[in-house]
Design a protein around this ligand. Structure first.
Ligand SMILES: [Zn+2]
Length: 165
């Protein structure tokens, strides 16, 4: 994948956001930046624990901020950068928000399965099944840096410490 300099810049920012989220206890280090015409319109990290809100994933937090900033729920032409492949909820929200392109760092197979609530459904399934056919999904940007944020796939995590137990 020939990534652009802008792609690298925005993913680096998403990684910084993920790290800032990591500083809060019990929070997953996931960061997201939404960019349109070279400008950040929304960004955030995972705030599930902070807000006691199961929907406060980094991507949703960033989408809400973008919607407030633009006073519009449609983010046509925007690119969403996220450190980890978005879950089904965030992918569908991106589809509803008319985001044009999703770029993620690590994919779901690069991290421990506890980061996802579904067993087999993949982000790609939602995009493939959407009415729109112009949403691009590109993964694998700055994989090494993003992977360092997460527990690796083969790690022996005690059941009671797994998020999706
Ligand atoms: Zn999500």
């Amino acid at each position: 994948m020939p990534w652009t300099k802008d792609d690298m810049t925005w993913m680096r920012r998403a990684i910084d956001l993920a790290r800032s989220g990591e500083a809060r206890p019990g929070t997953n280090p996931i960061g997201c930046v939404i960019v349109r015409n070279g400008e950040v319109i929304g960004e955030g990290c995972n705030e599930v624990d902070l807000r006691h809100d199961a929907t406060a994933h980094a991507e949703i937090v960033a989408m809400r901020r973008a919607g407030r900033k633009l006073a519009c729920h449609e983010l046509r032409g925007a690119v969403l950068y996220t450190t980890l492949q978005p879950c089904g909820m965030c992918t569908m929200a991106s589809i509803w928000a008319k985001i044009g392109r999703i770029v993620h760092g690590v994919g779901r197979d690069d991290v421990h399965p506890m980061y996802f609530e579904d067993r087999h459904l993949d982000t790609v399934d939602f995009i493939r099944d959407a009415f729109r056919n112009d949403l691009a999904l590109e993964g694998g940007l700055m994989v090494r840096e993003c992977a360092a944020l997460y527990v690796p796939p083969e790690a022996d995590v005690p059941k009671e410490e797994q998020f999706n137990r």
